[in-house]
Design a protein around this ligand. Structure first.
Ligand code: SAH
Ligand code: ZN
Ligand code: ZN
Ligand code: ZN
Ligand code: ZN
Length: 463
């Protein structure tokens, strides 16, 4: 059953309480990438703090990429002494858990594959791998597809199954409409290069148009942890990358590919587009994206004063404050991004739920033109396009709805709230009518004291 990730997020986020932030899962706080951190097969592990009853109960390293222990069970206490033998075993384990073919080998295999007549082009569905005739024997009792056409090779995101039930990858593919919208927007804004971070379908749409039309000048480089894509793209088109720890699996050469891509044309007309899994490690993502931005910044010798690499970060609206915490220059657009393989978040027809996923960008909001025929309008006061249901509130002096529905202003909260909310005098904030009143004295999640949030807790001040 897919969709767990998004659905769970949806439950925890949008009806959120007004008090201090609640922890993501079971009393864990992310500290981030620490110097000298040990590595799992997914690169350097991240440092977490475990808390219990407001007290720090231990620090440990865990895999940056996999939130499911089944996918990677790396674990090490921060102060744990690891013996030489265990270190050696770990290195061996990490080596053995790399893909069986290198990217280079996969590129070579692809070259041979396209030379084959249709009748000999097979794709093993179990191994998610293009097969050369010499390998057929090993996959005879696997399900496979035959007659793989050039068109199929050009849309690997259709050929590969989405890794959606795995918490780790949480692949939610753009609906064609949303993907086309993004690409048109990128073109209209005058961009020529797209750094596609975890957006294989956007990458694929760009690649496929570039190979068809000579007047199509947009280029894309895909950065993704899903190594299956290395079967379809060269080393200049795809980098095996982990966006939670900014780790290039292909080492310096791969990092250089990314750098070169950003450097082209003096760093002009490039935009980064990313659609990460919504697992909540916003600080880890932000730290990686800042590193990618810094890489771009190096393109100018004097350094680009105050300029940031243009970016679209696609994420649910209830992460708005978290994203703005790390990127104060960003704003959230009202456009609802739709997905193919997520029934809940397909574009709302009658009674259908609407997608909670939005575009966050550091571009001037008025430049992001949203389609009027899909129900967006321009608010002259806010100088941005908004959902048609999003009414301009005179008191807040902005179009305050986050979910497209008309929100209402609460004079006691001094802000607009969801239409389904009512002011609760107990909680001293607005909430659903049937909510259970919360203690209002809850302080910082880590130490329990009032006056600060977990992210600025003085007891975690070591990094
Ligand atoms: N909507 C996008 C796909 C988003 S799904 C599209 O249609 O193009 C999230 C993407 O992020 C997937 O492609 C997944 O493989 C990738 N991903 C998941 N974890 C990642 C990680 N740790 N580092 C890099 N990419 C990751
Ligand atoms: Zn791992
Ligand atoms: Zn407005
Ligand atoms: Zn208001
Ligand atoms: Zn209120």
């Amino acid at each position: 059953e897919g969709g767990g990730d998004m659905a769970a997020r949806d439950g925890s986020g949008p009806e959120g309480l007004c008090g201090p932030e609640r922890p993501g899962s079971g009393g864990l706080v992310l500290l981030g990438l620490a110097p000298g951190a040990p590595s799992c097969p997914h690169g350097p592990a991240l440092l977490f703090v475990k808390t219990s009853q407001g007290k720090e109960a231990g620090r440990f390293y865990a895999c940056s990429a996999c939130r499911d222990r089944k996918d990677c069970n790396f674990f090490q206490w921060e102060d744990e002494k690891v013996s030489e033998t265990r270190l050696a075993a770990r290195e061996e384990y990490n080596r053995n858990h790399q893909p069986s073919f290198t990217h280079k080998q996969n590129v070579e295999r692809y070259k041979n594959f396209v030379l084959l007549p249709l009748s000999k082009r097979r794709f093993c569905q179990e191994c998610q791998q293009l097969l050369l005739p010499a390998e057929w024997e090993k996959h005879l009792d696997h399900q496979f597809l035959c007659d793989i056409s050039t068109a199929q090779l050009k849309s690997p995101s259709q050929l590969l199954y989405p890794l959606e039930n795995k918490k780790t990858n949480a692949q939610y593919l753009f609906a064609d409409r949303s993907c086309q919208f993004l690409l048109d927007l990128i073109i209209d804004l005058g961009f020529r290069r797209v750094l596609s971070v975890g957006t294989p379908r956007l990458h694929e749409m760009i690649q496929s148009k570039a190979s068809q039309g000579e007047d199509f000048r947009v280029r894309s480089l895909l950065l993704d942890i899903d190594f299956r894509y290395s079967q379809f793209y060269t080393e200049d088109e795809f980098c095996h990358y982990n966006m939670f720890n900014h780790y290039f699996f292909g080492g310096e050469a791969s990092r250089e590919t990314c750098r070169k891509f950003l450097y082209q044309d003096n760093g002009e007309r490039v935009i980064m587009v990313t659609d990460p899994p919504f697992g909540g490690l916003v600080e880890a993502l932000a730290s990686s994206f800042k590193k990618l931005m810094a890489m771009w910044k190096e393109t100018e010798k004097e350094g680009r004063n105050n300029q940031e690499m243009p970016m679209f970060w696609i994420f649910p609206y209830f992460f708005e404050s978290r994203i703005l915490e790390f990127f104060p220059s960003f704003s959230m657009m009202d456009y609802q991004v739709d997905y193919d393989n997520h029934a809940l978040y397909k574009h709302g027809k009658t009674g259908r739920r609407q997608s909670p996923v939005r575009i966050f960008t550091n571009l001037t909001p008025s430049m992001i033109v949203l389609p009027v025929e899909e129900g967006y309008r321009f608010c002259a006061i806010c100088q941005r396009y908004v959902s048609s249901g999003n009414q301009h509130c005179e008191i807040c002096d902005s179009c305050t709805s986050k979910d497209g529905r008309r929100w209402k202003h609460c004079v006691l909260c001094k802000k607009c709230v969801k239409p389904s909310w009512f002011h609760c005098n107990n909680c001293n904030c607005c909430a659903l009518q049937n909510h259970t009143c919360e203690k209002t004295d809850a302080g910082c999640f880590v130490c329990g004291k009032a006056g600060h949030k977990r992210s600025t807790c003085p007891s975690l001040s070591h990094t």
